[in-house]
Design a protein around this ligand. Sequence first.
Ligand code: F6P
Length: 327
Amino acid sequence: MNQSIKSIGVLTSGGDAPGMNAAIRAIVRTALYYDLKVFGIKHGYQGLILNQIEHLRSHDVAAIIQRGGTILKTARSEAFKTEEGMHTAFENLKQHDMDALVVIGGDGSFRGATEFGKRYGIRIVGLPGTIDNDIYGTDVTIGYDTALNTIVEAVDKIRDTASSHDRMFFIEVMGRNAGFLTLRAGIACGAEAILIPEVESDIHKFVDYLENGYRRKKSSNIVLVAEGEKEGGAFEVVKKLQPYLKDYDVRVSVLGHIQRGGSPTAYDRYIATKMGVEAIKALLNGKSGIMIGIQNDKTVHVPIEKAIKIHKSIDLNELEIINIMNV
Ligand code: F6P
């Protein structure tokens, strides 16, 4: 172990995700286990610029493993993208004698961290924290499993009312520009169709289905629309499909930020804890510029630049499952 690290900082950045608290707890307790001092930085990079930094002890992270959101709060900082903002952040980091930073967030947060690390020689380790699961190098991100379960619960409820009224529902699912949440939720909810940004021809195929009346024999139709769908969100998609929807009683539901909240699932708590422990061990072993990922249930070190640059692709076999299930 590299004992040159004496003190670390931890922050959450970008959209919050269930399981971030479990990761913070793991980082703090592992650091303390190895006799490191830990600072919590509030409101992500913005708090680093504003010097919103506090010393964290073991009891500060007690009973947070089950809590959604992030006790450190989060923000998307524009100021951190400027030279001046980054410099102030560095000054505050040095004032607290922090040797390294653990950043929990999405690829935008990693971009900021990489730039900061390179410019000021700060050791950085990233933990993928986003419900979108759109980060290369890890099978899953912290928060994805909880969001999936929230979506499935919500869609199941909509299915009850959809069946009672013989309705077709277009349900908009989060995920920014990616369709991971929509695809997995579609399989788990037994959706009749999904529209995701990764597959451009989906909407045309869907029109074919509508035109031949195939789906009318069902008492309910659930179509999940990824918010990043190229044709637009659920309302826009319905507008575009209007000529083909005359025979259907259609409703639209946008799930929204309900997908980001709630107590993390056991799986999210588990991976967040495992990644948090590994982040500190990696720093103590002299590692920097890496993201801790999960591949085949094991923690892995992924160069953070790769995690940012390489596009994580959808498994098209999973898409086929939706079609097979709707035979
Ligand atoms: O990245 C997480 C996420 O919830 C995306 O799925 C969504 O597009 C975005 O954040 C919403 O961001 P905001 O909370 O800033 O509206």
